[in-house]
Design a protein around this ligand. Structure first.
Ligand code: NDP
Length: 332
């Protein structure tokens, strides 16, 4: 059974040498546990934070131990009531081919011929989609008629967030992303009203052009100059869902904050950080509403997939560099 371990902690950008592909015996399930053969796993930006020593909202990965993260796998042996061999489950023990998962930490995933591919439950119908949904509906309290700006808009969370905003009645949805191909994807395939490549010039100028009357909601995946530009473009009563700040994840020093924070007072702006794991209670409502949009084709999704556990570190690094469109997955 192969697994990917953390060989060393990166300083700045991670490299392949920080990972180690190792062999371990296939683990045995005990009472209440499932033996799962993983079929697909997720690589996520937050995993970069877990490669550092020191606690954040999740504990750090341990040196010499396999990394962890979202995965969907097929149950091969079950020592738990209600779960049978052949069932698909999603769980948090990715980065390995075989996992022993406590049944109470595994969620059932539908695996019928009509059902979406297993990886969908790590992307648009998994934590990724839930993050977009919670960020807009609960955190930013998006209302019909709002002008919404989403950064990281061609990525997993951002591409869903922008489309949900439109489906919830946004007056205008603007996205930013890091390549001309991604900008075209946003406007031509996902229905964004405007999009720009943040590498083409100052975000504040490009945002002013794309949203000349300002914005009501900012879904922040990036932080840094994107956040400053969004504050500068906010209308009175604007709301910011602080989802992530990927522009800083590989910096060795924390970057300075937005220089225009003072604007938040006069404009009565609310900014709120959130972690999707605190909002699992919204999952049923999310699966009902967003699941229906996906089934009927009103909400589109794309995955970027690499094959083979040995490519998981490469997939993770490629995602950090922006080589993915939509959710980055690794098939095992
Ligand atoms: P993505 O699929 O969006 O992949 C990451 C993307 O970030 C890349 O494709 C790249 O696209 C972009 N990026 C990388 N570096 C920069 C940079 N310096 N400036 C701007 N964009 C950059 O990942 P996710 O959808 O999984 O995650 C998106 C964000 O959501 C992250 O900040 C993540 O931490 C956060 N998140 C937060 C959660 C929560 O509970 N709060 C849960 C899940 C995710 P490009 O080509 O456009 O640069």
């Amino acid at each position: 059974a192969r697994e990917v371990r953390l060989a060393s902690r990166p300083s700045g950008w991670p490299t392949p040498e920080n990972f180690d592909l190792a062999e371990a015996p296939v683990p045995r399930p005990g009472p209440g546990e499932l033996l799962v053969r993983n079929v697909v796993m997720s690589v996520d930006p937050y995993m970069r934070g877990r490669m550092n020593a020191g606690r954040s909202y999740v504990s750090p990965f341990e040196l010499g131990k396999p990394l962890e993260g979202g995965a969907v796998g097929r149950v091969v042996e079950s020592q738990a009531e209600g779960v049978s061999p052949g069932d698909l489950v999603s769980h948090q023990l990715g980065w390995r081919e075989w996992a022993v998962v406590p049944a109470d930490r595994a969620l059932p995933v539908p695996g019928g011929p009509e059902d979406p591919a297993p990886g969908t439950f790590l992307g648009v119908l998994g934590m990724t989609g839930l993050t977009a949904y919670v960020g807009l509906a609960e955190i930013a309290q998006q209302r019909a008629g709002d002008v919404v700006f989403v950064s990281g808009a061609a990525g997993a969370v951002g591409s869903v967030a922008g489309q949900i905003a439109a489906l919830r009645g946004a007056a205008r949805v603007v996205g930013s992303a890091g390549s001309p191909e991604k900008v075209r994807y946003l406007t031509e395939e996902l229905g964004f009203d405007a999009a720009f490549d943040y590498k083409d010039g100052p975000v504040s100028e490009q945002l002013a052009e794309a949203a000349p009357d300002g914005i009501d909601v900012y879904f922040d995946n990036v932080g840094g100059d994107h956040l400053e530009a969004a504050i500068g473009a906010m209308r009175t009563g604007g709301r910011i869902a602080m989802c992530g700040a990927i522009s800083a994840y590989n910096e060795t020093e924390p970057p300075p904050g937005p220089r225009n924070l003072g604007l938040m007072v006069g404009r009565r702006i609310t900014a709120r950080g959130f972690i999707v794991g605190d909002h699992i209670d919204v999952r049923e409502r999310f699966l009902g509403e967003v699941g229906e949009w996906v089934r009927t084709g009103r909400l589109r999704h794309r995955e970027t997939t690499m094959s083979g556990l040995e490519r998981a570190p490469e997939a993770f690094l490629a995602m950090l560099r922006g080589e993915n469109i939509g959710k980055m997955l690794v098939e095992l």
